[in-house]
Ligand binder design. Structure first.
Ligand SMILES: NC(=O)c1ccc[n+]([C@@H]2O[C@H](COP(=O)([O-])OP(=O)(O)OC[C@H]3O[C@@H](n4cnc5c(N)ncnc54)[C@H](OP(=O)(O)O)[C@@H]3O)[C@@H](O)[C@H]2O)c1
Length: 329
């Protein structure tokens, strides 16, 4: 698979990155660890070099599963993880009561204080079983810590050789600028899909001007853009999609109707609708890669192959225009 430079850093990522939030189980109705490991290995076998995880995914579980799956293959993968969401500390902002995968109450807080970042990095290195993290990202802005202080801690980790590249996730353009003024930002990780294109207004031009990579998360809108979420499909208890507005029966139908319009393009290329959607996403201006979740090896393989489709410019424009009718922010 093609490899793309992450901003102006020395890191190269695959345009399809395997996302491992669902693999951690939390907010996705649990995980099947064996399937998860197969998904990670199938992705690597198919040329996906990059895996995105976070400490908070499954409260450490996702990082552990990734660490287990890549044992003996460390030099084949680029590992991206995140810090700044603590479930094991009383400090931080925006307390968010949640239940873990076993139904136990936990309170999650945004915490990007320097000492917390340094502590979390050590924990992630251990769970992943690696000496260095290739891309370390601040997960969410913490309004109680000056951005410059958090970012300086990230720079320190890089100087110490604990992480190779540093980025932020869910930051506004103003927040990215504040970090950038301290030291270059290698990448951002915002939500982005062909029906959620809000970042094109300000973040994309800013990143293009300053050679900052963009890793788009939830490019399939949590499965909605695969065409496999029927109007009647029920999500299990603990799956956050039960409560999301975009998964209302009316919206599912709108999405299914729009995807039907692009099905002929998929058929022409012997591909699936989700592969067409992913392929168009990774060719949008400024987008370095799409981070796609997969529960098992079949989904992982299908998503990986999306990078290889040779759609024409006209076909891509048609897909973009059809899905723009579904626009949300
Ligand atoms: N930085 C952040 O705050 C943030 C937030 C969200 C996500 N992310 C990152 O982005 C990654 C991807 O986002 P996401 O998991 O929210 O959404 P996504 O990639 O849009 O959707 C993933 C889900 O869609 C379904 N799916 C995937 N491939 C499929 C296929 N080929 N056929 C049928 N169904 C398929 C699977 O769920 P089912 O099989 O259960 O339907 C899968 O869990 C995450 O894993 C995480 O690494 C980051």
């Amino acid at each position: 698979m093609e490899q793309r430079q992450l901003g102006s850093s020395h890191i190269y990522v695959s345009p399809i990155i395997l996302g491992t939030w669902a693999i951690g189980g939390w907010m996705w109705g649990g995980t099947d660890e064996k399937e998860a490991i197969k998904a990670i290995r199938a992705s690597i076998d198919a040329g996906v070099t990059t895996i995105d995880t976070a400490a908070i995914y499954g409260f450490g579980m996702s990082e552990q599963i990734v660490g287990h799956a890549i044992k003996g293959r460390r030099d084949e993968v680029v590992i991206a993880t995140k810090c700044g969401m603590r479930w094991d500390s009383h400090e931080g902002s925006d307390p968010w009561p949640q239940k873990d995968m076993h139904g136990k109450e936990v309170i999650i807080r945004k915490n990007s204080r320097p000492a917390s970042i340094i502590h979390e990095c050590e924990q992630s290195l251990k769970r992943l079983g690696v000496d260095v993290i290739d891309l370390y990202q601040l997960h969410w802005p913490d309004s109680t810590t000056p951005f410059e202080e958090s970012w300086s801690a990230m720079v320190q980790l890089q100087h110490e050789g604990k992480v190779r590249a540093i980025g932020v996730s869910n930051y506004s353009v103003e927040q990215v600028k504040r970090c950038y003024d301290v030291r270059h930002v290698d990448s951002i990780q915002p939500p982005y899909s062909l029906m959620r294109r809000g970042i094109e207004k300000d973040l994309v031009p800013f990143c293009q001007r300053h050679q900052i990579g963009i890793l788009a998360y939830s490019p399939l809108e949590r499965g909605l853009l695969t065409g496999r979420v029927s109007v009647n499909r029920e999500f299990p208890k603990g799956d956050h999609r039960r409560e999301l507005e975009i998964f209302s029966p009316e919206n599912r139908q709108r999405v299914l109707d729009a995807l039907e319009e692009i099905r002929p393009i998929a058929e022409r290329h012997k591909a699936t609708v989700s592969q067409v959607v992913l392929n168009c996403t990774i060719h949008m201006p400024g987008i370095t890669a799409a981070i796609v979740g997969a529960r098992g090896p079949d989904q992982a393989l299908e998503n990986a192959k999306a990078a290889e489709l040779a759609l024409t410019r006209e076909e891509r424009l048609q897909v973009i225009s059809t899905l723009s009718t579904l626009a949300i922010h």
